[in-house]
Design a protein around this ligand. Sequence first.
Ligand code: APR
Length: 309
Amino acid sequence: MRPKVTVIGAGNVGATVAQLTAEKELADVVLVDIIEGLPQGKALDLLEAGPVEGYDCRLTGSNGYDATAGSALVVITAGIARKPGMTRDDLLHTNAKIVGAVTDEVARRSPDAILVVVSNPLDAMTQLAWKRSGFPAHRVLGMAGVLDAARFRTFIAQELNVSVESTFAFVLGGHGDTMVPLPRYSTVAGIPITELLPPDRVEALVKRTRDGGAEIVALLKTGSAYYAPGASVVEMVEAILKDKKKILPCCVHLTGQYGITDLFVGVPVKLGRRGVEEILEIRLTPEEAGALKRSSEGVRELVQKLGLL
Ligand code: APR
C-alpha cells in the first residue's frame, strides 16, 4: 500500500507538490483547499495525467479534512504568497491565522504524521505548526534550505558552465534576506567554490541567492515561485518516505546547536522515516556563526510577535 501524503493549499506550490509526488509514485495524494472545486479539479486533472505519465497513485481533492485521516506526511502550503514590494515577513499575521487553523485540523486526524511547512514567513510558521500540533520536534520541519541551496547551485553551475549535478551547496539560517549561504561548503565536484572563483564573483552569487525569491516575484508580479519550491518539498518528502537518511538543510527546532535555543532555523539535518533523525553541527568560522546568529535573531522577533516565546 502506498502511504498517504496530504497537501494543504491547492495553489501553485501545493499543486506542483502533488504533481511531482504522483510522478515519482511516492504516495497517494489528498489535496485540500478552501476554494470550492479547486482541489477536486486539480486532483482529477492530475489523476487523468496518470495514464500518460504512467503512475497509479490515487489523487483526491477536498474542502474538508476527513479524507486526510491517517496521513504519513502533511505538507502545509496554505496561505497568501508575496506580491512585488512585499517581504515574506509582511505575510506574518495573515498566514499565522491560516497555518494555525490548518495545523489543528490535520494534527487531530493524522496524529502520527510528519509536518512539512512551506507557508511564509517560513521559520515562524514552522514554529507555529510545532506549537499548535503538539507533535515532537523531530516530526515538524520547514522547507527553505533545499530551495535556497538549489538557487545557489543554479547560479554556481551557470557561472562555471558545469552541470548542476556536479554542484553542492549549503544555505543555512532563516528563510529571508538574512539567510546564510556558505561558500566554503558549496562545491563543484567536491572543490569549494572559494577555490574556483574570485571573492567578488562568490559574493555576487551569494547576493543573487539571497534575493532569489524576490527576483521571481518581480518577474511574475502576481505571486511567488513554485516550481523550485515544489521540487524542493518533494526531495524532502522522498527522503522521508524512502528513509533515505539524506543530509539536507531544513528548518528545524534547535535546542542549543549553533548557540541557538528554542527556535526553528535552517541547519543541515539527516532526513529519514522518523523525520529529522539528526541535526548536524558543522564547524563555522566566527563570521559564519555570527551571520547565522543574526539571522536567527530576525526569526526570534517574528516568533515573539506571534506570542510563541
Ligand atoms: N485552508 C486551506 N487552503 C487555504 C487556506 C485555508 N485556511 N487559506 C488559503 N488557502 C489556499 C488558497 O486558497 C490558495 O489556493 O492556499 C493556496 C495558496 O496558493 P497560492 O496563492 O497559489 O500560493 P503559493 O504560490 O502556492 O504559495 C503558498 O507558500 O512559498 C509560500 O509564500 C508562499 O505562503 C505562500 C505559500
